[in-house]
Design a protein. Structure first.
Length: 338
């Protein structure tokens, strides 16, 4: 099949997206596909540019959004109809954050009438809005920490949720714009900082415990993984810098807990109308109670990201994983991989 991998964009997760996209492209070529790579800011990438992004990887801090060129959303439809991409069978979406993950690009691709991987505009928008997602999770009886939406005073937050407390942006990803406030001084500072986020702010009850994650592929769940970060929380640096976290697949947990988490992940995947694949993250507290933190419609897709590691634990190597995701998209238009 001829596949275009879309990546980049202008979100503060741009580098993560470029890393995912170039590795996905290499994996799809290994699986026998004809692949073209496209950065929605720069256009079609050369092999030399792909190599540069593969080599550069992800830095310890994200690029400033103000330093990035603004993406003209209308160009996505033009891109999908570009003559050089006219024979593409499936667009593989390797975006993270911003318009590539919140449903905007998906809606434009739907309007352009092309096939693409992953969740559609509804699933992406529901998962990306953490406050809406938490309401749907709660309605589906998936336990999620109590929360308040901002703006709130420190007194209101402490009275409702106690300390420590998580302060995060409703539409954030990769643990960006997320603060763990241990005391009133840190909470006051986080409230001031959050006023500059240009997004709804969530205050969420903090549950200490083990960080566990479950990936969904098609209609099945993959082995549960455990993340043990070097920092107190699994932040941006721990996620993308070598040696900053242990990621153990399968997690060393009782079978009953594994089955419980996998069932909850599948319920969350369906409640948020996601499709093809996703990753659902949990904290399991000291009493063994699972709390769903969030669901990711477009999780990281480098060979060392959590979902590919979960697939590997199930005997599915990275190239096969990418090929299977393409197959799920192709099946919707009755096009079958060669």
């Amino acid at each position: 099949m001829r596949i275009a991998v879309l990546m980049g964009g202008t979100s503060d997760e741009r580098e993560v997206s470029l890393s995912s996209g170039t590795q996905v492209a290499a994996a799809l070529r290994e699986a026998g596909h004809d692949v073209v790579t496209v950065d929605t800011v720069q256009g079609v990438l050369s092999r030399a540019e792909e190599t540069r992004y593969l080599t550069e990887g992800v830095r310890t801090a994200p690029p400033g959004v103000g330093d990035l060129a603004r993406l003209d959303e209308g160009d996505t439809i033009t891109l999908a109809r570009d003559p050089s991409l006219g024979d593409v069978d499936v667009f593989f979406l390797a975006f993270h954050g911003g318009s590539g993950e919140d449903g905007t690009v998906q809606a434009l691709l739907d309007a352009a009438g092309v096939a693409y991987t992953g969740s559609d505009r509804l699933g992406c928008s529901l998962a990306m809005d953490k406050e809406v997602a938490k309401r749907l999770l709660r309605d589906a009886r998936v336990p999620t920490p109590d929360w308040l939406t901002g703006p709130r005073t420190a007194e209101e937050v402490v009275e409702a949720l106690g300390l420590p407390v998580i302060v995060k942006a409703s539409g954030g990803g990769s643990s960006l714009r997320l603060v763990l406030a241990h005391d009133r001084a840190e909470l006051d500072a986080a409230i001031v900082e959050s006023g500059e986020w240009d997004d709804m702010v969530l205050f969420e009850r903090y549950h200490a415990g083990r960080e566990l994650t479950v990936a969904v592929l098609g209609a099945e769940t993959l082995p549960v993984g455990e993340v043990i970060p070097e920092h107190e929380i699994f932040d941006y640096e721990c996620k993308y810098q070598r040696g900053m976290a242990q990621e153990i697949f399968p997690a060393d947990i009782p079978e009953a807990l594994s089955q419980r988490l996998r069932a909850l992940a599948l319920t969350a995947h369906r409640a948020l109308r996601m499709r093809d694949y996703s990753r659902v993250d949990f904290i399991v507290d000291g009493e063994g109670r699972p709390w769903c933190l969030e669901a990711n419609a477009l999780p990281g897709m480098t060979a060392n990201s959590l979902l590919p590691k979960a697939a590997r634990a199930a005997g599915v190597e990275f190239s096969e994983l990418c090929d299977r995701i393409v197959g799920l998209a192709a099946a919707r238009i009755k096009v079958h991989p060669s």
